[in-house]
Every structure is written in C-alpha cells, then in structure tokens.
Write a protein that binds this ligand. Structure first.
Ligand code: GTP
Ligand code: MG
Length: 308
C-alpha cells in the first residue's frame, strides 16, 4: 500500500466514519425510498450540499449496485485531468490565495519543498505584509525548503512585493515563483480589491502570469467554502483548488461540492501539518478513501488496488 494513500485514508477517516452510518452495504442490491433519503442525508451531513447530494443519488440510483453506483457517480463528478498551465517563457508563477488561516503559507512551504525535490529553483514572494509574524513564518518554511525569498518591510504594498518577486524570478532565471498572500475574507471589498491589484501587477511583470491561481480552502469551513471560491474566482481568477485539513473534519464531501459547482481541478490535498502531509490529488483515491467499504465480506480493504 502506498503511504500516500494510507495518509489520505487516515485523513479521511472522520468523513468516512460519518458516512458509514448511512450508506448501503456492499452486498445491498436494492434500496427503499427511505434508505435513499438516508444516503442523501449522509452526503449532506458530509458537506456535499443538497444540490450535489441530489445529483449523486440521482446517478447512483440508476446503477444495479448502490454503493458502486455512488462511487462511480462521485468519480464522474471530477473534471477531466487538466495539465497545469505552463509559461511560454520565464518562470512558472503561482499565486496562492484564500481566506485567513486556511493553510496558504504551510501549503507554500510544502509546494516549495516539492519543487526543490524536482531540482527546480524556487523564489517565494512574501506578500502577506499585513500580519507582523507572517513574513517570519514564511521565512522558516522557505529556508527549510532550500528556496529563496523576496521580502520588504511589514506594511509594504503587497503588489509591489509581488512585482519584485516576479522580476527577481525573471532576472535570476528561477524556475518557479510562488506568491504568498495575506488571508482575507471574501466579503472584505478593500482587501479583495487589493488582491485583484496583486494579480494585475504580476501580469505586468510577466506577460501571461500568474500561470495558475490556487485557492487554499479549509475542508472544515462548511458551506461558506462555496461563497469563498465563488468570490475569489471572480476577483483573482482561481484556476485550481488545494483543500487542506481533511484530517480534522468529517466534512470531506465539501470537495465534491466545490468540484460539482465550479468544475475546478483539485491540485493537492492537505491531511496534516507536517511536510509530507500534502499530496497531489487523485480522484479515485479520494473516493475510495471517502466511501466506507460497508458490509464487505473481505473486511476493510486498504487499497482496493489503487496504486499511486
Ligand atoms: N490539521 C491540519 N492543519 C493544517 C493543514 N494545513 C495547514 N494547517 C495548519 O493550519 C494553521 C494555519 O496555517 P497557515 O499556513 O498559517 O495558514 P494561512 O492560510 O497562511 O493563514 P493566514 O496567512 O493567516 O491567512 C497552521 O497551524 C497549520 O499548521 C492540514 O492539512 N491539516
Ligand atoms: Mg499565511
């Protein structure tokens, strides 16, 4: 069993346990109306949202095997694999956005480490100039990753720092520029305008940048995550999602709801605070990790043949 899958499965344990109460057994071939209603409730409780739960149950009902039908419906909800947008020239510029405390800085530390392990040179722009400790927190991650950092003093204009970071990425031939931004609530117009400016200025520093805008969403946020993605997508052009803290929540269904509503790719998931607790997202692994193998005669199967 791959340790990646094992960690994901462990991270999804609470979501899976919640669903286990309400899903049909593996050997069940027919469900009553009331049982289908329970399945729908289970999905809603796991934060799939009513609309997505209804869509999933509607598809699963057409299958001759309810549990497999549900897994299949979930799998089909994910968009076709879309390669990460690459630069025509210059460094790959990644803008990381999201609400306060979702895990942006931690995720950037993990991403920088991953890019470095691929032999890429990485520079990170410390554009969270809002909170005094933010730059120092980022510096620790960046140093650990063996990456470099562009910073200015606390309170500096985040767009100016972003511009500097991209310029540095170009002039010193870095492979990757990652921009850390301050957390902001999607209803704060002033801060959302500021984020729009950061994005525009990055485009002035390098044509076609940022190549990707990844929004970090805390899986435990609940239904508000939908409003978050809606607004950040409008203002910053979110092109992919990173869903963190799947380990701390019984609400893993939020991933399905976000994918169903926005059709955005989920690029990575976080299942813990440590460096190795982030992994590339794999829809098949996610679904197998989320759906309990209820009533299976073979017991709790670890991998169901899902190599990663
Ligand atoms: N359990 C768990 N904790 C996580 C995960 N990712 C991040 N965290 C924790 O979440 C907290 C906030 O993380 P940060 O990376 O500082 O979040 P941020 O989005 O940069 O926060 P702001 O910059 O203040 O908006 C930290 O304690 C992290 O260790 C995860 O996948 N699982
Ligand atoms: Mg941060």
């Amino acid at each position: 069993m791959s340790s990646f899958f094992g960690r994901l499965k462990k991270g999804l344990a609470r979501s899976r346990e919640g669903l286990a109460q309400l899903l049909p057994g593996r050997d069940t071939v027919k469900l009553s109306e009331a049982e289908w209603a329970d399945v729908e409730d289970g999905l809603i409780l796991a934060d799939c949202g009513a609309e997505t739960a209804l869509a999933l149950v509607g598809k699963a009902r057409k299958s001759s095997q309810p549990l497999d039908g549900l897994k299949e419906a979930m799998l089909r909800m994910f968009p076709e694999h879309k390669p990460v947008n690459q630069p025509l020239q210059g460094p790959f510029v990644l803008l990381v956005v999201g609400v306060n405390g979702t895990g942006k800085t931690t995720t950037i530390g993990k991403l920088a480490t991953m890019f470095r392990a691929q032999g890429k040179r990485v520079v990170v722009g410390a554009c969270d100039t809002f909170r005094a400790a933010a730059i120092e927190q980022l510096a620790v991650w960046v140093e650990r990753a063996g990456a470099d950092m562009v910073r200015q003093q606390d309170g500096a204009d985040p767009a100016a720092v972003a511009y500097d970071a991209v310029q540095r990425g170009i002039s010193r031939a870095y492979d990757v520029v990652i921009i850390d931004t301050a957390g902001r609530v999607q209803t704060d117009k002033g801060l959302m305008d500021e984020l729009g400016k950061v994005k525009r200025v990055i485009g002035k520093a390098l044509d076609g940048a940022p190549h990707e805008v990844w929004q970090v969403v805390d899986a435990g946020t609940g239904q508000n995550a939908v409003a978050q993605v809606d607004k950040f997508r409008e203002v910053a052009g979110t092109s992919g999602l990173i869903v963190t803290k799947l380990d701390g929540t019984g609400k893993g269904g939020i991933v399905l709801q976000l994918v169903h509503r926005f059709g955005l790719p989920v690029r990575y998931v976080g299942v813990g605070e440590a460096l190795e607790d982030m992994m590339p997202f794999d829809a098949a692994d996610f679904v197998v990790g989320l759906i309990p193998d209820v009533g299976s005669t073979g017991g709790d199967q670890e991998s169901l043949g899902q190599p990663v």
